[in-house]
Design a protein around this ligand. Sequence first.
Ligand code: NAP
Length: 245
Amino acid sequence: MKTVLITGANKSIGFEMAKLLAQKGYFVYIGSRNIENGEAAVSKLAAEGITQVEALQIDVTDKASVQSAQQTLAGKITALDILINNAGILGASPQEASTVDVDIIREVFDTNFFGVINVTQAFVPLMQKADVPVIINVTSGLGSLTLHSDPSWKFHAVKTAAYGPSKTALNAYTVVLAHQLQGAGFKVNAVDPGYTATDFNQHSGPFKVEDSAAFVLRYAELDADGPTGKFFSHDHADNNYESPW
Ligand SMILES: NC(=O)c1ccc[n+]([C@@H]2O[C@H](COP(=O)([O-])OP(=O)(O)OC[C@H]3O[C@@H](n4cnc5c(N)ncnc54)[C@H](OP(=O)(O)O)[C@@H]3O)[C@@H](O)[C@H]2O)c1
């Protein structure tokens, strides 16, 4: 049975992706920094008849937690097929470039950028045994420098000095990671779910969480000919969902 780890899967987009993948026959490890919340997510799925899921404590900012999660998984499975680096935070507001507290920027980068690297480095060895290992880094349109430079972009005015740059850095890491792992057959992409109604934005986004989860998963089941080192966005249906960096 193919296996998946999703960070921050106790709720919102991560939870919906766990549900969809389990329904498709994958065994899904529901990463949750708070294990009780992860167990509650498992119970919620069990109530819907979905049982191929297990909670895994993993705080992406805590190296000891990531290592412990890696050891737990290495003791249960021989290969991890899909890793979805989904956990992310917006950080405190305001995030005005000239006044934002540097500690807010550090906190956001700790989760959205360094956290992804912590998790990826820990799990790549276990993924090398998968047929076509897939890594999805869940990013945001707010990480696109090209779109931020375009005054006609619908989110042009949404400038955040911590969140946006953390996703720009994540995009850069995605490119170098995809390049390094290409020879080993990995597919590594940055995928933006689009502005989605979740706790992240007090449910203000226009996209439904189910649709955004399904969108991100378009890039989870890739074969050897699938794309790697790309940036896909729910907002770019016009361009086969490919986004400018
Ligand atoms: N919603 C949008 O409009 C939107 C748009 C573009 C991109 N995104 C990206 O999509 C991803 C998911 O967003 P969402 O809307 O589902 O957000 P959400 O509702 O705020 O859920 C975020 C998830 O990440 C977890 N998390 C946060 N910090 C963590 C840490 N240090 N270690 C492990 N887990 C951690 C949260 O856990 P707790 O429950 O413990 O807090 C929660 O499970 C994020 O990367 C976000 O940047 C969202």
